[in-house]
Design a protein around this ligand. Structure first.
Ligand code: PEP
Ligand code: MG
Length: 740
């Protein structure tokens, strides 16, 4: 291939002659990149990709060859947003043969998505007769050309506008995930991505680098001012949560890695703006492929920073206030951006791509803004000024609600604030059923910013401290001293309340940056305690840190993903050995296991002799019991915790552990769901550990339950056998007015 600068300068010349047609562009790219074929497929309504320009394929295929998004290699490239670099494309399983193109002679293929503002506009492809892998430099060049194609397509109107068209006055309901409970009703403010970069190619990379550095400086100063505005008053938890998220953000802002990447792109001949936008697109693509929520957050922070940097490069717009009760709609939203909008007075937020554990969600909770995420397509459906309802209690977003619906929500919003005040009164009361059975409701946490939730919810302790989360947030496993400081802070904050630390549960979807997983089934692969036992130095360091943090206090440690008693003994042995070396020794040392792998159920007689306590990790246990990946959304509702196999399992466990006086708790998500919590308590599991949002509602629910009566009801329902346990239990609970 030719020198990249040469290609770019030819493209520059081409553009300088007015609106260069795509046909001229594909001709130029084919000749410069020494490829026999260069084609552009443009995305049409209905998720169709149409061959719109080609050099090298049969010209009469233009406008004829059409593929669905997801179909063929081109469709796959558009669907996944990934580069496809194939030496032998025709033997790729996704290859879709289109005889009219005459593409039989071409073996190798490189395709890159054409994207703008997070939207796929089409696909750019080059093909060669010789089977070969395209080099990294070649991929880079084609990606730069794809940026130019994106600008040409959006500038020429070659792509169609809003698919909504005339439907823009009809109410629409979207289901999403609640990020911060609450209701907001008001006019919409649309946060569209930064406008198109006008100038793509630059003559003088050095001048662009200087512009970049100046803009970085301006952006950093702007952040300092913005963070200074974070409220210092209000609930301690709010202040602490927002501070911590923003500190993490600041670390990302000063991270040299991504700025260096921008510099590299500038050296390839683009303007600073185009380079930043290119890096932002790359980050977005990486985000789409990463499932770990914490890593996604770090990338989202970088993406947010890239947008701020673009604004710093193009000149800042003054801050404007928003209409009363305004609801912000965004494709994605970083923590600094949310702060900006909070200062302008928004009352609710709806985000297309955001998860409950994300930074935007944490900050929304800290600022008390009702927020909802995972709302596909809202941005393309809404117009500036449309009215909407954010119903984050039920995870719904209603666009253009009927007046009656809107008024009902306004009433619900008022009733809700009264109910919230009432729920808060449960904080200082013990968790006890109507017939006097005491329960322990504990918290699941993983970052120190969540610790204030202990006081806020009145939880009885921390039933699961996920130690790997802090390591994922910092990007690597901390050394002994730093780990000890983290754990000591947890114990300090918990005071007299118990804390159960879980050792590192890395692997599967919780991967540190740079980890390459080549397993077919990582959830069942080399993860969690398996890594700890194979790399005992790593596990020992963590155990030492925990012992140091305890510094003579009580210490409870549990191991995740234990599949055999032998593994548990080995891990326990490491901890006991370490405990002999660390002074002062903990006042008590309790060593327990998670029950996440069903095989432990057939080792109970031995297990209960070894373990001081057992905690059921229902998230993994469900996935392994039913062989159903917990990360696959379509399987989400298919297998139920309230089913005979699961209830039999819990009952047998409680009986075996009870006979040996080994306490059993549950620390999966099910503990925060009313019906599941009720059933668990009826089966004898009276310690439930859950996310903070569950504590007060579950406490209030138990106060209304006569647990002894429910035990007989449950026994009768289970004797009835069959499926549908949930429905029978729910009916009883509704009749008793325990749930709605
Ligand atoms: C579980 O599996 O239920 C659990 C609590 O662990 P995690 O969700 O962290 O895998
Ligand atoms: Mg687990």
């Amino acid at each position: 291939m030719s020198e990249p600068r040469h290609l770019l300068s030819r493209l520059r010349t081409l553009r300088a002659h007015g609106s260069a047609p795509l046909s001229a562009l594909v001709r130029l790219v084919a000749s410069e990149l020494v490829s026999e074929v260069c084609s552009v497929y443009v995305q049409r309504p209905g998720d169709i990709l149409e061959l719109t320009a080609t050099e090298g394929l049969r010209p009469d295929a233009i406008g004829q060859t059409r593929l669905r998004v997801g179909e063929g290699i081109v469709g796959l490239c558009a669907a996944t947003g990934s580069v496809m670099n194939l030496p032998d494309a025709q033997n790729h399983p996704a290859f879709a043969y289109r005889p009219e193109t005459g593409e039989e002679p071409f073996a190798s293929l490189l395709s890159v998505p054409v994207r703008r503002s997070g939207r796929t506009l089409g696909v750019l492809v080059v093909q060669n007769r010789t089977p070969r892998n395209f080099t990294e430099a070649e991929v880079d060049d084609l990606e730069t050309v794809a940026m130019l194609v994106a600008e040409m397509l959006s500038g020429s109107g070659a792509i169609d506008g809003s698919p909504e068209g005339l439907a823009a006055t009809v109410p629409r309901l979207f289901a999403g995930a609640s990020l911060m409970a609450g209701i907001a009703v008001g006019p919409i403010v649309l946060l569209r991505s930064t406008g198109p970069v006008v100038r793509l190619l630059a003559e003088d990379p050095r001048a662009e680098q200087v512009r970049l550095e100046q803009a970085v400086d301006r952006m950093q100063r702007g952040l300092d001012d913005l963070f200074a505005e974070v409220p210092n008053t209000g609930r301690a938890a709010d202040v602490s949560a927002s501070r911590e998220v923003l500190e993490a953000y600041r670390l990302v802002a000063s991270d040299a890695g991504w700025l260096r990447r921008v510099g590299d792109v500038i050296r390839g001949g683009t303007t600073a703006e185009a380079a930043v936008q290119r890096v932002a697109t790359e980050l977005h693509d990486r985000m789409r492929r990463i499932s770990d929520p914490y890593l996604r957050e770090r990338l989202a922070d970088m993406e947010d920073l890239a947008n701020r940097l673009l604004t710093a490069l193009t000149g800042e717009a003054p801050r404007k206030t928003v209409p009363d009760g305004a609801i912000l709609l965004a494709r994605r939203l970083g923590p600094a951006e949310l702060l900006d909008w909070h200062a302008r007075g928004i009352a609710g937020v709806a985000i297309e791509e955001a998860s409950p554990s994300g930074h935007a969600a944490i900050l929304a909770r800290a600022l008390g803004i009702p927020a909802i995420g995972s709302l596909r397509g809202i941005l393309d459906s809404a117009e500036q000024g449309d009215h909407a309802v954010v119903d984050a209690d039920d995870g719904q977003f209603i666009l253009r609600p009927e007046t009656a619906v809107r008024e009902a929500y306004i009433r619900a919003r008022e009733a809700r604030s009264a109910k919230y005040a009432e729920l808060a009164t449960w904080r200082d009361r013990p968790a006890v059923t109507a017939d006097g059975i005491e329960l322990k409701l504990m918290l699941n946490v993983g970052l120190s910013l969540e610790l204030p939730q202990l006081a806020r919810t009145g939880a009885d302790g921390i039933g699961l401290f996920r130690t790997e989360i802090a390591m994922l947030a910092r990007g690597s496993v901390a050394d002994v001293a730093e780990q000890a400081a983290i754990y000591a802070r947890v114990l300090d904050e918990a005071g007299d309340k118990p804390v159960l630390f879980r050792t590192l549960d890395l692997g599967a979807d919780k991967l540190l940056p740079g980890t390459v997983v080549e397993e077919e089934n990582p959830a069942m692969g080399w993860r969690s305690l398996r890594v700890g036992l194979d790399r005992p130095a790593l596990l020992r360091r963590q155990l030492r840190a925990l012992l140091l943090a305890a510094g003579g206090r009580h210490l409870s440690v549990m191991f995740p993903m234990v599949a055999t008693v032998t593994e548990f003994r080995a891990a326990k042995g490491l901890l006991q050995a370490e405990a002999k070396r660390v002074r002062p020794a903990p006042e008590t040392l309790r060593i327990g296991t998670m029950l996440e792998v069903p095989s432990l159920m057939w080792q109970l007689p031995e297990l209960v002799k070894e373990a001081d306590f057992i905690s059921i990790g229902s998230n993994d246990l469900l996935q392994f019991l039913f062989a159903a990946d917990r990360g696959t959304p379509s399987l989400y509702d298919r297998y139920d915790f309230l089913s005979q196999p699961m209830l039999d399992l819990v009952e047998q466990l409680v009986a075996a552990a009870g006979a040996a006086s080994v306490p059993v708790s549950v620390c999966g998500e099910v503990a925060s769901r009313p019906l599941e919590a009720l059933v668990l308590a009826a089966l004898g599991v009276t310690t439930l550990s859950m996310p903070a949002s569950g504590i007060l509602p579950i406490k209030a629910m138990f106060a209304q339950v006569d647990l002894r009566s429910f035990r007989s009801v449950l026994a009768a329902i289970r004797r009835g056998g069959g499926f549908g346990l949930r429905e029978s239990i729910a009916t009883w609970a509704r009749e008793q007015a325990i749930v709605n």
